[in-house]
Design a protein around this ligand. Structure first.
Ligand SMILES: Nc1ncnc2c1ncn2[C@@H]1O[C@H](COP(=O)(O)OP(=O)(O)OP(=O)(O)O)[C@@H](O)[C@H]1O
Length: 514
């Protein structure tokens, strides 16, 4: 296998049922370079990289390695050519150890003493790239960042000169992002090349040397990082200026919409995940829950919305005790949910887009006559959701799993917000959304607030939390380290320390340094 010095995709096209996801795309990357692939949701980035990785066959176009055309018809072909891909959702087997996972994808697994020999290889690579990974641990014991490192080691062990990463930072903590960037820079200095799909313009500006921008399946621009700024990139991507700061007017608090008292909830492994959390949320308010993920946020959101059992404590929505009611009943009491695991809990992947648009509808009579569903009305409703929430799809007669990740998210958001719930519980709603869609979503949340709704917003993105929230709770190891008012600039300075558990505030006693 010759080392890849240069890789090109020339006039690449790929269509699905007559709709072009990629059209005449030209792209190149060379040794020692990190290329950012940028584009709105549904612009065709994942499709293009899936072609390069052999998961899709293009309708036309050519892949060239070191100026020679190559045919890539499967991921195995791609690996043979020195290409590795780390998908957005890791492809590891949770109950297997790091070594076993690596052996599964490793072409040269030795017949004798495979474990010892693979362990040696992992240790050798970990040393070379300064990875911190224990090869005998089970994958489920690893953090998202560690799992990603296992995927990277797998690719490197198979001889990847080019590494493709699909939205690699969306599941990482700020610390893990730093670590990933260090690894990528190290790879770069050793002559590897990297293509990163990301929506985060700050990341492009930090890690990439060059960027190629896609819009509606075509290349619409490209630039060396040195010659562009964040604003220009956003304009290239969305085709207009994007507001980076939204305007949140002051509103008086309305009536109490949610009251949570002394809530205790267990996590997946039966250990306490939420440990005595109490707070209220009011109409005309966005209440933010900040913190590094994995500190009980998911369990708290799931407990409020009925997906997870509450061990003790109480949740009241309006005047109704909703503790441990079913998700259906809680929804009927005006609490909507945009879940963190959107594919698992937010949609029925094998159903059509229009079926998914009316999932959870409590006024099904709007869409049925006697016992029959009225598809004419359902489709009309779906079209308006698709239009209002700018879901990029060529048709509503497609299975929703075929939509890009960001567009699935937009449909879920549209479905939940358009029902005008009194409380919207939104977990990381802008994950995977492009800047244009993020701006639109934030406007929608503020609109809900203005209209008298309340939003409970879980986010790791502090910029988002500061822009949108009236009050902010910081969660660490299952507890609130304090609830801060957005106008309390002095205490907000400590938010980083609170997220790390080094400072906690109680409302009356002030700061308690631990
Ligand atoms: N298997 C498929 N069948 C039908 N349409 C598909 C399929 N895969 C992708 N598409 C369509 O191709 C278009 C491009 O999707 P793709 O996933 O490449 O976008 P993306 O730029 O990666 O978006 P995101 O940022 O939201 O992940 C979308 O309109 C999507 O619905």
């Amino acid at each position: 296998m010759t080392k890849i010095q240069k890789l090109e995709m020339v006039n690449m096209s790929k269509s699905f049922q007559g709709f072009y996801a990629n059209r005449d795309i030209n792209l190149h990357v060379k040794s020692g370079e990190i290329l950012g692939l940028l584009g709105e949701n549904g612009a065709g980035k994942t499709t293009l990289m899936n072609i390069l990785y052999g998961l899709y066959q293009p309708d036309g176009g050519e892949i060239r390695i070191n100026d020679a055309p190559v045919r890539i018809t499967s991921p195995l072909d791609s690996i043979h050519h020195g290409i590795g891909m780390v998908h957005q959702h890791f492809m590891l087997i949770q109950n297997h150890s790091v070594i076993e996972n690596i052996a599964l994808g490793y072409e040269k697994t030795p017949f004798f003493f495979p474990k010892i020999r693979i362990r040696d290889k992992v240790v050798e690579f970990s040393r070379k790239f300064n990875f911190d990974i224990d090869p005998s641990r089970k994958v489920w014991q690893l953090s998202a960042g560690e799992q990603q490192r296992v995927e990277i080691i797998k690719a490197l062990l198979n001889g990847a000169d080019l590494l493709i990463l699909d939205e690699p930072t969306s599941v990482l903590t700020p610390q893990e992002i730093k670590e990933l960037f260090r690894i990528l820079n190290d790879m770069k200095s050793r002559g590897h090349m990297v293509i990163i799909i990301t929506h985060k313009l700050d990341e492009i500006m930090e890690i990439c040397d060059r960027v190629t921008v896609l819009q509606k399946g075509r290349v619409v621009g490209g630039a060396d990082k040195a010659n562009v700024d964040k604003r220009e990139l956003a304009r290239m991507m969305v085709g207009r200026d994007v507001l980076f700061n939204v305007n949140r007017e002051k509103l008086a608090k309305g009536e109490k919409v949610l009251s949570v008292s002394d809530l205790h909830v267990l996590g997946d492994k039966g250990l306490p995940a939420v440990k005595g959390v109490s707070f209220d949320v009011f109409a005309n308010e966005i209440f933010g829950i900040a913190g590094v993920s994995g500190n009980g946020q998911r369990e708290l959101a799931e407990a409020i919305t009925g997906i997870r059992r509450i061990s003790s404590g109480k949740v009241v929505a309006g005047s109704r005790n909703i503790t441990n009611l079913s998700p259906r009943k809680i929804y009927d009491h005006g609490v909507s949910h945009v879940p963190e695991e959107r594919i698992k809990f937010g949609i029925a992947p094998g159903l059509f887009l229009y079926d998914n648009a009316i999932l959870k509808q409590h006024h099904l009579d709007k869409f049925s006559k006697k016992i029959f569903l009225e598809y004419g009305r359902i489709k009309l409703h779906t079209r308006s959701l698709v239009e209002n929430y700018k879901v990029a799809t060529h048709s509503i007669d497609v299975e929703i799993k075929n939509l890009s990740g960001g567009n699935i998210q937009k449909l879920i958001l549209g479905r939940e917000i358009s029902e005008k719930p009194s409380l919207l519980v939104a977990s990381h709603p802008t994950y995977g959304l492009d800047v244009g869609a993020t701006e639109y979503l934030r406007e929608q949340l503020l609109l809900r607030r203005r209209e008298g709704g309340a939003v409970l917003l879980f986010s790791e993105d502090l910029e988002e939390i500061f822009e949108l929230c009236d009050r902010i709770a910081v969660m660490f190891q299952g507890r609130f380290m304090g609830i801060l008012d957005a106008s309390d600039k002095e205490r907000l300075k400590d938010i980083g320390l609170m997220m790390a558990g080094s400072v906690s505030y109680t409302p009356l006693q002030g700061a308690i340094d631990k």
